[in-house]
Design a protein around this ligand. Sequence first.
Ligand code: DC
Length: 217
Amino acid sequence: MSMNIAIDGPAGAGKSTIAKLVAKKQGYIYVDTGAMYRAMALYLHRQGIDPTDQAAISAACEKPDISIRYEDGTQVVLLDGENVNGLIRTEEVSRMASLSSANPDVRKRLVALQQKLAAEADVVMDGRDIGTVVLPDAQVKVYLTASVEERARRRYEEQKAKGLDVNIEEIKADIEQRDHQDMTRETSPLRQADDAVLVDSSDMTIEEVADKILSLC
Ligand code: DC
């Protein structure tokens, strides 16, 4: 049986940084499920679909082929065979992903792909519903969070370092809105699984958080 580590939590809690580090230390594959929702969102955006039109999203989401490949240990998301890694972090795609990931038909397709990956290999998988829905039997489950202020500060520093002109209050408001959307949606809302270990990274370093998770393995 493969080993599965599930890491869920809100945007900006540091899930991907931590999941990558834990995967490297354990020799597991890191599966970024948010990137799959983003690839689907890119497809829907390219089709000119209105992000609030759930019927149109349901009809369109059956069409694209979304798959994952690993190149030198890095996850590459393929949308109909095209490597879209560099195209899925834009504002439009984030907004579409946030709305389209609430659609049950979108989730059904991507959850099936995620479960297949986890059955075939030892994985560290991060997302919003991994411990609750995708991998309910994962051997290790972590709910990773941090205060809204700290998450906003991290995103602010990250974007400032990229030379972007950013406003911390706007980032904070955006994070609060995404949290609300992710936690209140009807299908697979973000919540801590009953058997998940809560880790609040507000006052922890990356190494400390990774060590904490490794101690659970
Ligand atoms: O983690 P991220 O920002 O890349 O995720 C993109 C969007 O997909 C975000 O709105 C949350 C959603 N998502 C989800 O609903 N379920 C997951 N397992 C992963 C991400």
